[in-house]
Design a protein around this ligand. Structure first.
Ligand code: NAD
Ligand code: WQD
Length: 344
């Protein structure tokens, strides 16, 4: 019998790509999302790619009674992948309570109700933001957690601690915490991708919107960092590669292979790429110029961070495969599709 996975935030950017890969791998998926940062048309994209329209429940996961009803209506859920969260770093500084409430209460409700509903495990979306500026690069899972630079980042640290404490207290399920580096790109079909709300804060959506003429020019935040070209370095990971890592994490968590009840994995490529390299890489991959100018540093930015993904490579048997060039081309194809649809 197919195993049933509840994907919270499954209409969102990473969630929708993961639903596609789960369905392709033979899992039965139930999506729950309140559509606070996504639109229901994403379900059509998932159906077009996989031929399956998964059941969708519109629910705010802060509503604990609603979550209880969800588990009753969809009995037999084996595992959860918990993507649902608010994720805008700048907004979290302006509205910390919104972030603490949404990102923490949703997790508490799920953890509370998992045992009575027989759910065997939860995969949690964490972030490389928990490492701050690491002292040693590439960064491993053993690197110390640094004080968070934003309420958003703090919610990820607190959520990791909540999961750790809950399992330590003997909760009857397992968990895998996945620390994503910088997810970018879109499904190669361009049926699903990233849908930023308003003016994008993240590099790739701002870059593709500039390339297509929605924005005049891209600001490069600083060229005076201690890096080879002076701009910041990140580990940009293709979103489909990232989605596939969730499938192997679910296989492992629900299979008998893993003895540990809590495991943590970095999900990155292991390659650091600077902002200027990324712009030039995009121009090379697409043949489209990106007007850009150097401006001052953005407050709170980390100078350089990239993953040591060996733990995920060895233990999960997962490696990021897509080239940066193909990934940037997929982001561009998605931006062109958005224009075709009259969205952006
Ligand atoms: P996203 O905003 O596209 O997706 C999140 C989804 O959760 C949205 O569809 C939103 O409507 C839904 N949601 C939010 N609050 C909810 C609630 N209370 N009840 C039900 N649904 C709710 O974000 P994403 O980029 O796909 O990120 C997914 C997860 O990965 C988040 O937890 C995010 O913090 C984490 N993450 C993202 C990145 C990144 O750069 N995108 C990096 C590291 C970690
Ligand atoms: C990447 C690089 C910028 C925009 C954030 C969150 C982090 C994680 C991912 C979830 C940086 C530079 C950007 C622009 C630029 N999310 N940049 N001009 O800052 O690495 O991480 O998203 O957990 O928590 O903090 O990603 O895409 O914003 O920036 O020069 O217009 O691009 O300075 O070096 P970041 P980003």
């Amino acid at each position: 019998m197919k195993k049933k996975i509840l994907v919270t935030g499954g209409i969102g950017y990473i969630g929708s790509h993961t639903v596609v890969e789960l369905q392709n791998a033979g899992y039965e998926v139930v999506i729950v999302d309140d559509l606070s940062n996504s639109t229901i048309e994403v379900l059509d994209g998932i159906e077009k790619i996989t031929g399956i329209r998964p059941p969708f429940v519109k629910l705010d996961l802060k509503d604990k009674e609603g979550v209880g009803r969800l588990f009753e209506a969809h009995a037999g859920i084996n595992g959860i992948i918990h993507f649902a969260a608010s994720k805008a770093v700048g907004e979290s500084v302006q509205q910390p309570l919104k972030y603490y409430r949404n990102n923490i209460v949703t997790l508490l409700n799920l953890l509370d109700l998992m045992p009575s509903n027989g759910v065997q495990g939860i995969v949690f979306s964490s972030s490389c933001t928990v490492y701050g500026q690491p002292d040693i690069l590439p960064v491993t899972e053993e690197a110390p957690i640094k004080p968070a630079l934003s309420p958003y980042g703090n919610t990820k640290q607190i959520n990791e601690e909540i999961i750790r404490d809950t399992l330590h207290a003997g909760a009857p399920f397992k968990s895998i915490i996945l620390r994503y580096f910088n997810p970018i790109g879109a499904h190669p079909s361009a049926e699903i991708g990233e849908l930023p709300n308003g003016v994008p804060q993240n590099l790739i959506p701002y870059l593709t919107q500039t390339a297509i003429g929605i924005r005049k020019e891209l600001s490069v935040f600083g060229d005076d960092y201690n890096t080879p070209d002076g701009s910041c370095i990140r580990d940009y990971i293709n979103v489909v590669d990232l989605a596939k890592a969730h499938v192997v994490a679910i296989d492992r968590m629900l299979g008998s292979k893993s003895g540990e009840n809590l495991e943590i994995f970095n999900l990155g490529t292991g390659n650091g790429v600077s902002v200027l390299e990324l712009i030039h890489g995009f121009e090379k991959a697409t043949g489209v110029k990106v007007p850009h100018k150097i401006v001052g540093r953005r407050e709170g930015d980390i100078e350089k961070v990239w993953a040591n993904p060996e733990h995920a490579n060895k233990v999960l048997g997962w490696t990021a495969k897509e080239s940066l060039e193909d990934t940037l081309a997929s982001a561009w194809k998605w931006q062109l599709k958005l224009r075709e649809r009259g969205i952006q």
